[in-house]
Design a protein around this ligand. Structure first.
Ligand SMILES: [Zn+2]
Length: 82
C-alpha cells in the first residue's frame, strides 16, 4: 500500500500548486479550501481525507456547488508564492 507520510504538524511543505476544493461537511464550514493537487487526486481516487492549507481535514468530493473561498487558505496560499 502506497502511503505518504502523514504529517500532523502545521509545517507541511507545499511544493505543488494547490487546488480549490469545496468541503462537503454539511455544517457551517461550507468553504472551498486549497489542497495540494497531488493529494486531492489521491484522495478522490482512494476516498481518503485531505488536509487543506489551513489545516481543515475532510474527504473531498466532486461537488459542482460553489462555496466562498476559505480566507485562511487564501492567506496561506498568498504567502506560499512570495
Ligand atoms: Zn481553508
Amino acid at each position: 500500500m502506497m502511503r505518504k507520510h502523514m504529517s500532523t504538524s502545521d509545517g507541511t511543505t507545499i511544493t505543488e500548486d494547490p487546488r480549490l476544493t469545496p468541503t462537503d461537511d454539511g455544517d457551517h464550514e461550507r468553504f472551498a479550501h486549497y489542497v495540494p493537487k497531488a493529494k486531492l487526486t489521491a484522495a478522490l481516487v482512494n476516498g481518503t481525507p485531505v488536509v487543506a492549507l489551513c489545516g481543515k481535514v475532510w474527504v473531498p468530493s466532486r461537488d459542482p456547488e460553489r462555496y466562498p473561498v476559505c480566507p485562511e487558505c487564501v492567506d496561506i496560499k498568498a504567502n506560499l508564492h512570495r
